[in-house]
Design a protein around this ligand. Sequence first.
Ligand code: ZN
Length: 124
Amino acid sequence: MKYKLRAFFSGRNGIDDLGKALLWAALIVMVLSLLFGVMFLYSAALAVLCYVYIRALLRNVEKCRAQNEKYLSWRNLRKLRFRQRKTHKFYRCPQCKQQLRVPKGKGRICITCRSCGAHFERKT
Ligand SMILES: [Zn+2]
């Protein structure tokens, strides 16, 4: 039995960081929807749970790993921005949409985009 289970799960993605985050989000939404009686949110959370388990059992490991890597880079960027929120402000270049980081508390400054050279003013 143990061998059969191991053989079944070998070569499958399993629950990665994206799966864990989705599980927690679905659990929180389920609890909130039960507390406030919003049943369509409960159904949506159930759908997310089904997606997580289907994703965990998929054999297309490369696609799941690519999704997980994308999620991890997004999460690490959020963590970095949260850690630097008291010392820096983040803006997006209006022309090329590049993320720009400027020091906070310098008043109204002219920001120059490093990738396209566009200038724009913002209060920091
Ligand atoms: Zn730019």
